[in-house]
Design a protein around this ligand. Structure first.
Ligand SMILES: [Zn+2]
Length: 210
């Protein structure tokens, strides 16, 4: 099938082919979708395309990672950490930024987050040093003498569970309460694909590690 599209694509001008190639490098976009997107652009008014190109070009401008939770933000602290109504002693640990987006959509969580930027995966050479694990430990230590709950919301995959166990072993000696979101999520599933009701149930049904 890929060859079919490649052959077909050879009739196209280089500029169009380049756009198709770039699109097909994006996650979740196959060659067919890449072609459809490129065709859609060809049929769109130039003003719209320029708007899209501008948004893409500026997506990283002025962005950084929050110094507290490693979520993406403008400036030093993200909007969530900066919100005085959020409970800074309830920290939900997630794999990536999209998990924050998914959990925020539920509007049920009033604590703050800690984004690990991945999961432990020895096969891929990803150990604790490649994740924001030390930052998590330091953050919890800085909350000493307060009643802290760490909710581990890594995905229910093998790597997600391994990461969760690592966090438990790292944090329990610090005397904090560590809980894990309920297993209402499909095994091997991704948090950011779960619907809001499932995520809310997973949060509410969390249980303690003993
Ligand atoms: Zn933050």
């Amino acid at each position: 099938m890929k060859d079919f599209f490649r052959n077909m694509a050879s009739f196209l001008p280089d500029s169009v082919q380049k756009v198709i190639d770039e699109f097909s490098r994006l996650p979740g976009i196959g060659p067919k979708s890449a072609q459809r997107l490129a065709m859609h652009l060809l049929q769109s008014p130039e003003l719209k395309i320029n708007g899209l190109a501008k948004s893409i070009a500026e997506v990283k401008a002025g962005l950084s990672f929050c110094e507290k939770c490693w979520n993406v933000c403008h400036g030093e602290i993200c909007k969530i950490c900066d919100d005085s109504e959020r409970l800074e002693t309830q920290i939900c640990v997630v794999e990536d930024i999209l998990d924050v987006v998914a959990l925020e959509k539920t509007r049920q969580f009033r604590g703050v987050y800690h984004v690990l930027h991945g999961v432990l995966s020895p096969v891929d050479g990803i150990g604790p040093d490649q994740l924001k694990m030390d930052a998590l430990k330091a953050r919890i230590e800085s909350l000493a003498n307060q009643e802290v709950e760490v909710i581990v919301a890594t995905n229910p995959s093998l790597e997600g569970e391994t990461t969760a166990m690592y966090i438990v072993r790292m944090l329990q000696p610090l005397g904090v309460r560590v809980t894990r979101i309920a297993r209402g999520l499909p095994a091997g599933g991704d948090l950011d694909y779960a619907d809001e009701v499932t995520l809310t149930r997973a949060l509410q049904g969390r249980s303690e590690y003993v």
